[in-house]
Design a protein around this ligand. Sequence first.
Ligand code: UD1
Length: 306
Amino acid sequence: NLCNGHEAALERVQGITNCELQFMNADILDSNTLDKVFNNFKPEAVIHFAGLKAVSESVADPLKYYEVNVGGSISLLKTMSKAKCNNIVFSSSATVYGDPQYLPYDEEHSTNPVNPYGRTKLMIENIINDWITTDSKRRGTILRYFNPVGAHESGQIGEEPIGTPNNLMPYIAQVADGRREYLNIFGNDYDTADGTGARDYIHVVDLALAHIGALNQNKLNKFEILNVGAGKSTTVLELLKKFEETSGVTINFKYLPRRDGDLAAFWADSSKAFEKIDWQPERNIKKICEDTWCWHKLNPTGYGPK
Ligand code: UD1
């Protein structure tokens, strides 16, 4: 419904792919419209990306998160049931694991999300699991994303958060392009190589390819959960240095206390995805920084006004 997106991005996707896309501006909670879309297009499968994803907002307004994320998924699954559309790939998050009992996280790691956003993701995973068991033809693939970053290498599509970025990469890029004065680094006393938080950053194009893998597979079980990460962690300072090298711009920063709810470090064991969907990430941190910087240089104001 474009509440956090831009129609211009779709036009650019058409340019890159040379494919005509059909777009319907509708809310996932509007079942009548969803039914019409399914009647018109008769999709074989759904990749379900429609959700809210800001952790702090989910703490401030949990009901909105349960309504849109959980309610929206139920609405979608009801429509899929009516339309006999039996295959869903769902965007979940590594945030469902919570405090690491061991690292890297594999899919067997216990789940204990620590905020409403994470709890909505876990609930939806369980709802999909219950939904597929009621019909032998149904399939559900859960992709647990680690930290998606980067942009398409054409520089035509990328991340343009509305307002102040919550996440690290868009913030670094906005300091580099002069929109913000300095980066706040939340904590330098973690038990990591340099004291700053460490995450598993995955190029958004590699992440996109995992979805294609999840659709064009035959080794997956009826219900499958797959981690989608690069399999190694990078600290805030390491990412900042790599971005400086790539852009040639000095990125000023200040240390602030730890951000509430942040973990020190985590990264993925994605070997199950390698095995089940023949997928491997191919774009490293350098490529992530190059593509992010290219997107920012070509689009200093993002997609422009809505
Ligand atoms: C966050 C969410 C996660 C969600 C993901 C979506 C939280 C606690 N977690 O992950 O649930 O799935 O975004 O992409 O919000 N950092 C700074 N300065 C900044 C921003 C971040 O130092 O201005 C640090 C953080 O402390 C962390 C690292 O950078 O160590 C990555 O932060 P971020 O990009 O927000 O991702 P996550 O917190 O891992």
